[in-house]
Design a protein. Structure first.
Lengths: 291, 284
């Protein structure tokens, strides 16, 4: 495999766009600069207002003015630069390792495993609830910034299926604010496909038996069970666990929670701008290590 | 190869010697039943994998072949019983489809051919005109397959699939696309696929033709072909078929059902047509 030598044409997967769109918690350079300029003006006014410039107060004020001037001088050259949040930088570091050294971080967990295992079951549930036939999209889309494969695409609407881990996490999606990660993922898909809107469909389907077995096994270790056959507490816990993962008693119509997301071209532009910043950061701080 | 399987240990032979089984074939084929059962046993015992397959799946497949009156004779190429994952699956050949079409008495012409690179010039998908020179002997590589039929009422249809399209189809719908008949008899499988698709979409769908389309590539789970398992279809595709089947079953209006029509896969045409009859009240 050829090594990628810079980030100029590196594509960002729609599923990870949420990571790079996180804004830093601290103030931006522009904000810090504006704040320092305002502060300097106030300090100058305060100093002017002091009649006796020989006092300790006047000396302190003067020192504060000098400190503020120094800060302005420091920020001015980078005042238009937007620092990236640490989470973004971490993600970019992972992306660099993946692009340059061809190694992926292992981020599989039980939630993702269930998502993959029941993908088709969730699509069937969604088809039956909406009374329309859906097929999994297999076409990979890309443009000069992003790439991705939406789950389904029908009548210019992108549909992405999220299979909830259990009945609790599923019902929480009813009231919860739209997850930003999914918002950006779907904006990415809309940008790639030209779709005008997207649907995020949370689905509740039974957990596959191999995953239930795994959970029961974990439970066994957690409870310190040595005699599986005769431990009644464990047997009851197992029953509870299985009940937690199968949902025959939940009406089918209640097992889909759909959220509609409209295309936002301004946000898509912001996304592309952020990718340019990320590429610049990667070239300056990461690819230079390998140069 | 028959000697590989010991006669006395052969569960298939024992199964086919049961009175109920003999009677079933007699009902289906009359005097020809003994000859038919002998040919089934020959096929089953000459293939080690089939010899170890579930006898009931062989019996069901043989019953369907007998019902369709398609001899299981390799040299005729009408139908085969093929081992798959410990069971016997049904394979209908392109000649089998031609045979079933002819029996409707409504086809004036029907054919499916390989198109070679020195013959092919182009295909107009809209007008279904194949621009090819079949007066020259096919030479070089096969670039595609063309199926054609003309009904006695004048309706005609031609379908052309490029070899890439056939390969993509086999990859999508067959787990064993790189082995078995797809590897050993690619041309025959390709011709069957294109003809089957053409007949399923536009041909006369007699009960026998419907049954053949339904059981093709499937393990038959009941001797009346009501239950079949598409064991060779990759999980994703089989889930899609399952999804469509559930949707068809749940339709309560003819409009809802017809909204699904364009996506109905060949193997569910039977279920679709039955539901259509149910919803229109037309059971004739």
């Amino acid at each position: 495999m050829d090594k990628i030598l810079n980030a100029d044409s590196l594509l960002f997967r729609c599923s990870s766009l949420g990571y790079i769109m996180i804004d830093p918690k601290e103030k931006s350079n522009a904000e810090k600069y504006a704040e320092a300029v305002t502060n300097l003006s106030k300090l100058n006014s305060d100093y002017e207002a002091i009649k006796n410039k020989e006092t300790k107060t006047a000396a302190n004020k003067l020192a504060a003015i000098e400190k503020c001037k120094l800060l302005i001088k420091e920020i001015e050259p980078v005042k238009d630069e937007r620092p990236l949040a640490d989470t973004v930088k971490n993600h970019l570091a992972d992306k660099y390792v993946s692009a340059y050294y061809g190694r992926e971080t292992d981020i599989t967990n039980k939630y993702m495993r269930k998502g993959l295992m029941v993908e088709e079951d969730s699509m069937t549930l969604y088809s039956l609830v909406t009374n329309q036939f859906f097929q999994k999209n297999i076409k990979k889309y890309s443009n000069e910034f992003i790439c991705g494969t939406p789950d389904m695409l029908k009548d210019e609407i992108v549909i992405d299926i999220k299979s909830s881990w259990d009945i609790f996490t599923f019902y929480r999606t009813n009231k919860a604010k739209l997850n930003k990660m999914y918002y950006w993922q779907l904006q990415g898909y809309m940008a790639l496909t030209g779709a005008k809107s997207a649907k995020l469909a949370y689905c509740l389907v039974d957990t596959p038996q191999p995953l239930i077995f795994q959970e029961l096994n974990n439970l066994k270790y957690k409870m310190g069970v040595t005699d599986v056959e005769n431990d009644e507490t464990y047997a009851t816990a197992c029953e509870e666990m299985e009940r937690l993962m199968k949902y025959d008693d939940v009406p089918r119509e209640e097992k889909v929670n759909e959220i509609i997301i409209e295309r936002n071209d301004e946000d898509i532009e912001r996304l592309y701008e952020r990718i340019k910043e990320c590429r610049a950061y990667m070239n300056k701080h990461l690819f230079k290590l390998a140069a | 190869m028959a000697d590989l399987v010991k006669k006395q240990d052969n569960p298939i032979k024992s199964f086919f010697e049961r009175d109920g089984v003999k009677q079933k074939f007699h009902e289906l084929l009359g005097k020809r039943s003994t000859q038919f059962v002998t040919s089934v046993l020959q096929i089953a015992t000459s293939n080690k994998l089939l010899a170890n397959a579930d006898p009931i799946s062989i019996y069901n497949a043989a019953c369907v072949a007998a019902t369709l009156d398609l001899p299981l004779n390799n040299s005729l190429g009408f139908a085969w019983i093929v081992p798959y994952g410990g069971a016997a699956s049904m394979q209908i050949g392109w000649r089998g489809y031609v045979q079933l079409a002819q029996r409707t008495g409504q086809y004036k012409r029907i054919n499916v051919v390989e198109v070679y690179e020195n013959q092919f010039k182009g295909f107009n998908a809209l007008t279904e005109e194949l621009d090819a020179d079949f007066t020259v002997q096919g030479n070089g590589t096969v670039v595609g397959y063309c199926a054609y039929f003309l009904l006695i009422n004048g309706f005609e249809k031609a379908t052309y699939w490029s070899i890439e399209k056939v390969k993509a189809h086999s990859k999508k719908y067959s787990k064993s696309h790189a082995s078995g008949p797809w590897r050993d008899e690619f041309d025959k499988m390709a011709k069957k696929t294109v003809l089957k698709h053409t007949l399923a979409q536009w041909g006369i769908l007699s009960i026998e033709m419907n049954t053949a389309i339904k059981v093709d590539n499937a393990v038959v789970r009941s001797d009346d072909a009501m239950e079949v398992d598409y064991v060779d279809v990759p999980q994703k595709q089989s889930k899609e078929v399952e999804r469509m089947q559930k949707l068809i079953e749940e339709q309560t209006t003819i409009e809802g059902l017809r909204g699904l029509q364009k996506d109905v896969p060949d193997e569910l045409l039977d279920a679709y047509l039955m539901k259509e009859q149910e919803l229109t009240g037309n059971n004739g």
